[in-house]
Design a protein around this ligand. Sequence first.
Ligand code: GDP
Ligand code: GDP
Length: 455
Amino acid sequence: AAEEGFDIEDVEGAIEAAGHGPLPVLAVVGRPNVGKSTLVNRMIGRREAVVEDRPGVTRDRVTYEAEWAGRRFKVVDTGGWEQDVLGIDASVAAQAEYAIEAADAVVFVVDAKVGATDTDEAVVRLLRKAGKPVVLCANKVDGPSGEADAAYLWNLGLGEPHPVSALHGRGTGDMLDAVLEVLPDAPEQSFGTAIGGPRRVALIGRPNVGKSSLLNKVAGEERVVVNELAGTTRDPVDEIIELGGKTWKFVDTAGIRKRVHLQQGADYYASLRTAAAVEKAEVAVVLIDASESISVQDQRIISMAVEAGRAMVIAFNKWDTLDEERRYYLEREIETELGQVAWAPRVNVSARTGRHMEKLVPAIETALAGWETRVPTGRLNAFLGELVAAHPHPVRGGKQPRILFGTQAGTKPPRFVLFASGFIEAGYRRFIERRLREEFGFEGTPIHISVRVRE
Ligand code: GDP
Ligand code: GDP
């Protein structure tokens, strides 16, 4: 490495930065208007504004990447929901429950000026039950005079209330320090490394694509009650299912069960559920209703899985309803709308007739294998050497940037670091990704490529 102009520390640093595994997840929960979104904005450094001016606006985006004191983590913001027909307590509880379920640690935000309400108490009970580490944020303490209000929150029994002004930044640093103390370095869900543990599958897709029907079919019995009303049963959120001779854990199936019958805010809950399921899973099976045009919502759901770095299978459901014409148009739509994820194995299924159910498991296994693929450094560099010789980067400003060497820094999903003598254009990066896929497979997995340029 040194002779190529990189010093060894640069190289090691770059590999370590690129090779990080899945990030731990922090959920920010609390009643509406306590300042959750304002706080999340502080954590993510306002790179993406999450606070909407209009009250009751629903958002799709619920997870963000944040960094504090050199540590990276994901934040799940639950600030985008609306109170629904269940009333405020149930709404807060439902959104908090999803977020807590997916999280490794929780920031519970209380409005110190208002003090603890019954709704806050209800969330405290959920937090106790979940047993995840909690940092209590006493928000809206904009000056020293508010500190006494914060102290009252000791009564919640969650330990020290951290006085914070999310709006002005007062106290947020100390609170984030406390968060880092309880947040594990990697997600607790040890990503299948637990010996013999079942692989975790998230079945996701927009409402009515057939998720509960498919779950029913693969579970082999009518276990899932479609359109179940709120609160009639309390099911475990995950379901262990035998499929193709193996045991799988379908995560967050409670969300699929429509335990909460939603009207207002349904889209937001759906996004939160999808995000929670994706975080907990190793592989996402994205279900699309093949009888309808591929929608923006379908694409957003696919993006959530890709951005989370999960293995992915795309299943086109309701195949029994397709005629020749629709099949023709579907193929065209797939080419134009899903070109970015052409690497995902595809199965055409019918939850109603059971068509091609047996193809689901092989597709999931292919995707997981791609997700875990590791290319030995020697092989990678032999490949890069040939590629660069045969297809050099275009000359720019009289110079020709070159890929000097590379290494795979991590798996799940595969992450590569390439070291170059000059700026590598996006087109050439895409070309490298394409060729990497041709050479090594990576079916069913996103891959990350970062390029370090010699100073
Ligand atoms: P969420 O519904 O919990 O996400 O709450 P928001 O982040 O949308 O904040 C609700 C309102 O409280 C907004 O008008 C914020 O400007 C305000 N707010 C948030 N944090 C603070 C704070 O630390 N001090 C004060 N005075 N107001 C705040
Ligand atoms: P979810 O909201 O994604 O869980 O979707 P559901 O499983 O509740 O299904 C929505 C509707 O689509 C129901 O009326 C199902 O009977 C129907 N459905 C689901 N899968 C299929 C399928 O493969 N073929 C047909 N024709 N209908 C289906």
